[in-house]
Design a protein around this ligand. Sequence first.
Ligand SMILES: [Zn+2]
Length: 293
Amino acid sequence: MDKRKIAILAILVGLIVFVLKLIAYFLSNSVALLSDALESTINIVASIMMFYALMLASQPEDRGHRYGHQKAENISALVEGILIIIAAILIIEAALGRLSDPIPLENIDLGLIVSISATSLNGILAWAMMKEARRSRSMALEGDAKHLFSDVVSSVGVVLGLVVAVLTGLYVLDSVIALVVAVLLIRMGVGVLRKTTRDLMDASCEDEEMVIVGVLEKNQDLLEYHDLRTRRSGTTVFMDVHVCIDGKRTISEGQGIVAKVEEELRAVVPGIVPNFRIEDETQCKQHRTEGKG
Ligand SMILES: [Zn+2]
C-alpha cells in the first residue's frame, strides 16, 4: 500500500476509534477510558499532519528548495513527539484528580468491549503502518506508527487495569493505571523527538559513513579523500567529499573514475546524493595543510 493511502486510512480509522472510545467513556465514566479517548483526538491531528507532510515531502525540488522538501517529514515527527507528551500530561491531570477520590465504574463491561474493538482497529493499522515505514524508511510514517502503537499499548494497559479494578473493587486502580500509561507515553514521545532532532540538526549518518568509507578506500584510482560530510533529509542522504586523483590523468578520466564510485555508492547506500570535489595531489596536499583534512 502506498504511503498516501495509509495516511488517509489512518485519518478515517482515527475518527472511528475516537468515537468508539468516547462512547466507552460515557458508558463507564472511567477516567482511564477518558484519557484513552483524549489520546485518540491527537491521533487524528497527527494523521492529518502526516498526510500533509507526505504530500509536501514527495514534491520534487523546486527553485526555492534545491534540496527537496523532505525535511517536512522531520518537522511532522517533531510536532508528533510534542503531541504525544501533551497527551501524557492531559492523562496525568485527569488521573491525579480522581486518585484521592475514586468513584465506582458503571456499565464497565460494555465500555470495555467497545474499547477493545477500537484498540483492535488501531493495532491492525499500527502494524500496517510500521511495515510500510520500514520498507520506505519514512520518518513521518514511523513517527505516526509508533504513536499509534503507543495508543494500543496504553489501551491494553487500561483494559487490564479496569478488569482488575472491577474484580477487586479497587477503583483507585483506574487512576493508577492511567498514570503508568502516561509515563510510558512520555518515554515514547521523547524517543521520537530525539530521533527527528538528530536529522533536523544535520547530524552525520554514522552507519552510512562506514559503508561510504569502505567504498572510497577500496577504490585504487582514488589516491586519498578528505572532508567527508553526510546529513539526512527525509529518506535522502546528502554526501560531500574531496577526492584526490593522479594529476597526470585527463579531466574526462577523472570524471569517469568519480562516476564509477558514484555508481558503487548508489548500489550500497539507498537514497544517497553524492557530491565530489576532484583534486590532484598538489591541491589535496595544500588543502590538508590548510587544516581541513
Ligand atoms: Zn580538498
